[in-house]
Write a protein that binds this ligand. Sequence first.
Ligand code: GRF
Length: 219
Amino acid sequence: MRTAVLISGRGSNLQALIAAARPAEHPAEIALVLSNRPGAAGLGHATEAGIASQVVDQSAYAGPDRAAARAAFDAALSKALEAAGIEMVCLAGFMRVLTGDFVTRWRDRLINIHPSLLPAFPGLDTHARALAAGVKLHGCTTHFVREEVDSGPIIGQAAVPVLAADTPESLAARVLAMEHRLYPACLRLVAEGRAKVVGERVELVVTPSGGDSLMQPPS
Ligand code: GRF
């Protein structure tokens, strides 16, 4: 399944997806990396891996009519994806809210990773907010994208303990390590047709891991 990864910055989840999808028998092929920012460090990971990359520079789509600018940007994004024959889109640190038209165009073929156990802590600064709320487990979620930010049928989740001495940075690092396991596992399931949206919930076809794991699907 020809897959694009959309990034805005560092690209560590992109790296994890590239590494997981490298074997020829993997059901997804990372065929394109798209960034909305020309300076995104993640673009270098695409180059190193010999994967085509492209920038759709959001600064070229500014203007007084914000809705029109957003629509034009998302249309350019879809055009680039279609030109590359993309069938599946992974958002990986893509720091832009997509229009309803884009989300509808790629419905059930557009997935995201978010650094919290959704529906807790949608939006930004999830680690600081988790610490402030005093939760004892935090984590990450992969989900099919819907128009409302950080909403949509959940594919998988991984949890980590919140420790007394945690700072937002130390907690972020513990969650990120799990993101790098969860996202590739979920992309594989979606590409294999083993994570299906049924009535706005995802039905997973997975081998049970024994029941005591803090990650579902197991990696
Ligand atoms: C990750 O924490 C991801 O969950 C969030 O943005 C961050 C991107 O990190 N959406 P990276 O660019 O993949 O390193």
